[in-house]
Design a protein around this ligand. Structure first.
Ligand SMILES: Cc1cc2nc3c(=O)[nH]c(=O)nc-3n(C[C@H](O)[C@H](O)[C@H](O)COP(=O)(O)OP(=O)(O)OC[C@H]3O[C@@H](n4cnc5c(N)ncnc54)[C@H](O)[C@@H]3O)c2cc1C
Length: 304
């Protein structure tokens, strides 16, 4: 039986073939995924992964696609989007969210129950799975501040990690580049008046409007170097790169740590721009910038 025939038995909607990845990433770049699936249950998710393994297909777990760069040549395997795994619930003050729920949805859900904890992250266009993997953060807060535990599928079995086992660090966790799939996360929130939570959310919305460029991007491309007082954005700006453009990809003139897709950028344009930024910053300041963005398949897959 082929992979597609086998999956028909347990997944609805059926697995798609040759799906455009650019539709599923915030930078709007990426070729075709050989197979693309949106499971609605953990059962289907687990069987999909098993089936891909049995058919020797590689797979990639995609959240909201806000921190990933796929090759123009596409992905010769199965992309599993978590977009239909959205449930959020509350028990004893703890909020549990499935991997595909967005950060904003979880924060709004908590607010409706007068629970506070993640408001500073409001507006990050992330799924819970992606935010946990990257330990997403903003304005001095990170998602790991309020994580109680994370559930994953590992080798076909459910696993549970308490916060101390998740190896959270600056934009990293044990789940980056691992074979595990995060299925849910549980958060310790505190009681707070709805009006205060709402005021904090409004404040974050306003801040993001003024600080972040519009248009297609991944947010920050590079991590802030830990040995520097300056942010990656300030360093790139001082290297004179604001507005620098390769093909359809440009260093934002508003925020130098953002690359924006200004006109049909290709993955190759973006990767060449990343190289150029790194080289100029290294030559000018002897600082090695490291990517925050996940380059799917690694640099060697891109053939730049
Ligand atoms: C306009 C804009 C603003 C941004 N602002 C911020 C910000 O303030 N702070 C910040 O930290 N980031 C920011 N980002 C970057 C991005 O939103 C975060 O890194 C976010 O956490 C990525 O979540 P995602 O769901 O989009 O993950 P994706 O981009 O889909 O995936 C990222 C990584 O997580 C993995 N992954 C996703 N889901 C799972 C899962 N269920 N199980 C296992 N692995 C999984 C993927 O395989 C991939 O390796 C911004 C991005 C944009 C476009």
């Amino acid at each position: 039986m082929t992979f597609l025939e086998e999956t028909l038995g347990f997944i609805d909607p059926p697995v798609k073939q040759n799906e455009s990845i650019k539709k599923h990433t915030t930078i709007g770049v990426g070729g075709l995924a050989k197979y693309f699936a949106t499971p609605k249950s953990l059962y289907a998710l687990r069987l999909l992964i098993e089936s891909a393994k049995a058919h020797k297909l590689k797979h990639f777990i995609l959240g909201k696609g806000s921190n990933v760069l796929f090759n123009d040549g596409g992905y010769n395997g199965l992309v599993i989007s978590t977009e239909r795994l959205q449930e959020v619930s509350v028990y004893n003050g703890k909020v549990k969210a499935m991997c595909g729920a967005t950060l904003n949805k979880v924060i709004d859900f908590a607010k409706s129950r007068s629970l506070s904890g993640l408001e500073k992250l409001y507006g990050i266009p992330a799924s819970i799975g992606g935010a946990i993997t990257m330990n997403a953060g903003a304005f001095g807060a990170t998602i790991s501040d309020v994580v109680s535990c994370v559930e994953t599928i590992k080798n076909g079995k459910l696993c549970k990690y308490y916060k101390s086992d998740c190896r959270f660090g600056y934009r990293k966790s044990r789940f980056i580049n691992s074979k595990e799939v995060i299925v849910s996360a549980t958060f310790d929130f505190i009681n707070q008046a709805k009006e205060l939570i709402e005021a904090q959310i409004k404040c974050q919305k306003d801040l993001r409007k003024t600080m972040h460029p519009m248009g297609k991007s991944f947010g920050s491309v590079f991590k802030n170097p830990n040995c520097q007082k300056l942010t990656a954005g300030q360093i790139i700006d001082r290297a004179g790169l604001k507005g620098y453009r390769i093909g359809g990809a440009m260093v934002s003139s508003e925020h130098a740590n953002f690359i924006v897709n200004v006109k049909n950028a290709t993955a190759k344009d973006i990767l060449n721009l990343i190289y150029e930024i790194k080289e100029r910053v290294y030559k000018t300041f002897n600082i090695e910038l490291k990517e925050e963005v996940i380059i799917v398949g690694g640099f060697h897959d891109f053939n730049c």
